[in-house]
Design a protein around this ligand. Sequence first.
Ligand code: PMP
Length: 410
Amino acid sequence: ESSRVINFGAGPSALPDSVLEEATKGLLNFDNTGIGIAEISHRSPEFTSYLSTVEALIRSQLSVPSTHSILFTQGGGTAQFSAVVLNLLARHWLLFPDLKDEQRGLDYVLTGTWSKSAHQEGLRLAGRHQVNVAADGRIYSKDSKSFDIIPPHESFKFSENPALIYYCENETVNGVQFKHDTESVGSEGKHIEGTFPFHLLPQGTLVPLVGDYSSSFMSRPIPRLADHAVIYAGAQKNIGPAGLTILIVRNDCIVDVDAAAALGAQPVPLTMAYKTLADGKSVYNTPPMLSIYISGLVLKRNAELGGVQYYEAVNRRKMQKVYDALREGEEKGLFRGHVQHGSESWMNVVFVILGDGKEKAFLKGAEERGMTGIKGHRSVGGIRVSLYNAVTEEQTDKLVAYMREFIASQ
Ligand code: PMP
């Protein structure tokens, strides 16, 4: 008998029951040490070996090539808004010591609340460096101020030799996501709109491309992973408890930040420098061990189920079912999706319910049926249904049945 409700929350979010049950054992006795995971040394052979296993699970499930390191840290996606700027500016200084400040551009693709926050942090930290908007979804939005679309390829303009190009793959608040067609070229040989325009990136093999994957990491394969300088994600959506941030960093971006500072770059706090994390094998200082432990249990379970390909198939079906019900509600004039067609997120479905008091009634009905976490973000309002990995297809079916019941009752 479970007293647990179905949790469609946007993050922190649901974790599999079986993992949580297993985790309670590790809290008492980690790996037969007789010591719990919250009590054992992070330098114990048992823990460092566990950490290597977690790394290997990520590497194999996402096919991370040997050109890239997998690093673990704290601070969440927000700390990475700062860290990517500082590390990649340092790299740029080392590569091109003679450029003027204004020749070191930071390019931001704006598609929602999170990329906007990253851009703001870029502006704070950039100093005299140039900060550019490479594309802005708001220009193409229905009301020319909301984020509800991935901007068209033709609107992207990257700097010639930027220090950083940032995009957010899935906008958790706005429900806008890049399409992930791995080849990004359709059957007619044309690049597919809604995908990230990899073909427009500045020429050169080592492009400083940064992808914020906080809310879609491990939900499906990552297109062109090897072409990224940095990919990062907080654990608390698809992987585990908050506290752990996972980084995939191309090795040329792990640089001696002090050498860069000697040339004129800003100093980088030790815990933010990728080199500190890499040299210290992610245990330079105490890592979030409980979060790493539970994330590892989730990743082991993923491997048994079929990895990221398994989740891609399940998540595709879940998402299609919810959007189908949303379209039915739209036809009845009851629901209205927030996002324009082609830019809809698989992970966060955002819509409003039209009519006086109807949204409240919908939320109340959901709670009565044991479903929670669907109230929209305070900045967008409406409803937001998050369909992260641990939300099962059966649970999704229950929500979809309720959406249809609600439509029929109106
Ligand atoms: N980026 C994205 C896409 C997010 O969804 C979030 C958190 N919801 C963040 C960044 C910030 O992450 P954190 O709260 O872990 O700092």
